[in-house]
Write a protein that binds this ligand. Structure first.
Ligand code: PHE
Length: 447
């Protein structure tokens, strides 16, 4: 078997894992979900999901991953035996589907990057909305960008864990954060921005939609990269000194902070320019170009737009790298081939899914259950497969694995005092599985 890499530094662990968590989920998906599902009330449910299900579930996945020190399928196998490796398989397939549709949106970012550079996004709200519609339903352009994005991911992943994944994440994450802050300030200074802030922070429960629970649950899992075996795969590169609980807490904080900042960047601006916040997936591609034009002087707006779409694409890249790594590590370790070849198999499969997703956005009618193929992939993975993956991981770690093994991982073999161990165990044994089950039953109309 090829020698496995690992993360070199403590900060590298946090930034790479946060790099996986922070991405389009925070900046694209969180705002549009919040817009569709009624604002602050959705955020409240989301925050409960992160605290109650997200952080404990993350730790459970870390336990499996670091213990297994291998790809996800093998790690689950080592933890629970043959049947439990199914969670690893499910995670690996889920991550391929996510990478497929995620690359389409990331490709849109690349297109917007080029368009901002060429000054093509200049015009009023209607102009930008039409630009988006025309571009996203074109058969070729978005498809090409999708493939370009997957190939870039491929090129980083084949460089390996330390030189590729860790190095990129360390450099990109801090820049993204600073730029977000600048745009938040600009957006909040626009006229009428206060309404957007209110929408984000003042809950109005009457605006909560029927699907808010499932959406918030799905968003929490998606945003933390939970339930795909991604965290399990990254944890296999953690050292024996990595404090699992602390790392999970830090990542959840960074991830939630960035999502809230993204909300603060978009809603005040959307309300200010009179764009409805419930326009769905296209929200950031229509609102933001307007914000940049209105909030800054023409030359500054030009630079900020370019920087923003570049960084958004880069934030997406640190996430796609983590999705790609799941399949790559599986293929090369299990098929006993080189890392390079493993990565090629993953890339080809994801490109195929990406092509279908891209075409389904308007060029060709590929729809299932009344949704476009892309929306279907998004719904199926985020709202069903990710919660299921996490559900079974909690059952495995909480009920099947010997307590001693779990305690050793949590306490780094007795060198750390983990005062909340009992609470965490209680949550993953009872609370998390029960909550996930309840949300599913609620969605199916049983409770
Ligand atoms: N968490 C990432 C985001 O918020 C998406 C992701 C999902 C990454 C699943 C890896 C695995 O954008």
């Amino acid at each position: 078997m090829t020698e496995r890499g690992n993360f070199g530094t403590k900060i590298g662990v946090v930034l790479a894992t946060a790099g996986s968590a922070v991405g389009l989920g925070n900046i694209w998906r969180f705002p549009y979900m919040t817009g569709q599902d009624g604002g602050a009330a959705f955020i409240l449910v989301y925050a409960v999901c992160i605290l109650l299900l997200g952080i404990p579930g993350m730790v459970a996945e870390f336990v499996v991953g670091r213990h297994g020190a291998s790809n996800a399928v093998r790690a689950y196998y080592k933890m629970g035996g043959r049947w439990w490796s199914a969670i690893g398989y499910m995670g690996t397939v889920t991550s391929m589907i996510i990478l497929g549709f995620y690359a389409v949106i990331a490709g849109w970012c690349l297109q917007y990057l080029v368009a901002s550079f060429m000054g093509n996004l200049h015009g009023d709200t209607n102009y930008v909305a039409t630009y988006f519609k025309t571009f996203s339903s074109d058969p070729w352009q978005p498809l090409l960008w999708t493939i370009v994005f997957i190939v870039i991911t491929h090129l980083v992943v084949i460089r390996g864990v330390r030189k590729g994944i860790e190095k990129f994440s360390n450099a990109l994450m801090p820049i993204l954060f600073v730029l977000l802050l600048v745009i938040v300030v600009a957006s909040c200074l626009l006229p009428n921005a206060g309404k957007g802030v209110e929408f984000l922070f003042k809950p109005d429960f009457s605006r909560m939609s029927q699907s808010v629970l499932l959406d918030a649950l799905g968003q929490a899992f998606f945003s933390l990269s939970l339930g795909t075996s991604c965290l399990c795969t990254y944890a296999s590169y953690f050292s024996r000194q990595t404090n699992l609980l602390e790392t999970a807490g830090q990542i959840a904080c960074v991830d939630t902070l960035i999502a809230i900042l993204a909300g603060l960047m978009i809603f005040p601006a959307a309300f200010s320019v009179g764009i409805r916040p419930d326009s769905g997936p296209s929200l950031i591609f229509i609102t933001l170009p307007n914000v940049f034009q209105q909030a800054f002087s023409p030359s500054l707006g030009y630079v900020v737009a370019i920087l923003f779409y570049a960084l958004l694409a880069l934030a997406a890249l640190t996430s796609t790298i983590s999705m790609h790594e799941i399949g790559t590590s599986f293929f090369y370790e299990e098929l006993h081939i080189s890392r390079r070849r493993g990565a090629i198999i993953e890339t080809v499969v994801c490109c195929a899914i990406g092509v279908l997703c891209s075409l389904s956005c308007g060029a060709v009618d590929i729809s299932l259950f009344g949704k476009s193929f892309l929306d279907c992939c998004d719904f199926l993975t985020s709202n069903i497969l990710l919660p299921l993956g996490s559900f079974f991981t909690c059952i495995l770690v909480g009920w099947v694995v010997p307590r001693r093994v779990v305690k050793e991982e949590m306490s780094n073999w007795g060198t750390l005092r983990v005062s909340v161990y009992a609470v965490w165990l209680f949550i993953i044994r009872f609370i998390s599985p029960a909550c996930i089950l309840l949300v599913f039953l609620h969605q199916m109309g049983f409770v």
